[in-house]
Write a protein that binds this ligand. Sequence first.
Ligand SMILES: N#Cc1c(-c2ccc3ccn(Cc4ccccn4)c3c2)n[nH]c1N
Length: 247
Amino acid sequence: MRFDVVSIFPEYLAPLDLSLIGKARTDGLLELNVHDLRTYTKDRHRTVDDTPYGGGAGMVMKPEPWAQALTEIAETSPASVPERKPTLIVPSPAGEVFTQKLAYELSEEVHLVFACGRYEGIDERVLEWAGEQFTVRAVSLGDYVLNGGEVAVLAMVEAIGRLVPGVVGNPESLIEESHSDGLLEYPVYTKPSSWREREVPEVLLSGNHGKIAKFRREHQLRRTATRRPDLIDALDVSSFSKTERNI
Ligand SMILES: N#Cc1c(-c2ccc3ccn(Cc4ccccn4)c3c2)n[nH]c1N
């Protein structure tokens, strides 16, 4: 999979050179190109923003630099073929919320492009114009306000990139993690078994895999019901045992 990110702060994306995503790039499993939006300006001050029509506080990102940047990226896209377009993700507090389900959906794409806005956002006409060359999606990291799209892109690239086959060493670890089955993950423990007078739950030392699985499932359900009751409503409980339904 290829990622392209456009930002006025390209250095903000440096953490994607590290760890799992960085290794996947080195191994050729992922391609990541970061572009400085100011490269696509034409004036001597490399201007990317201006005052908002209709008044109001702050500045708005000018459309033309974005059109220049996105056109160049689309021209080299492996997805720019008949019947297919690259997907343009525009992080925005007004977007659909980014979820594990959406991460899985986007991990199937061959080319994802991210437009990191700043100030009060990007001129809306860019998103309308981009619809000719891209499948455009406004996506929000969550219900709080950031100062720009870069933090959201760091999270999204990691969440999506780790789902690409080969990126995570043991694909089994993707199965039991939070949200993969609609539930939060169970508590985890490691050595020492006794630590500051706190013991690891005995069942986890028993070697009885059936009891361990039951313990973990019960804790997933309890945690989810306690911390994220909203996720419980979305579950298909028809697959739950009678005991599980009463947790
Ligand atoms: N994803 C995501 C986001 C953002 C986000 C994303 C992109 C931009 C570009 C500018 N701003 C500042 C800003 C503040 C207020 C109103 C409009 N814009 C962004 C904020 N905030 N919260 C999320 N979950």
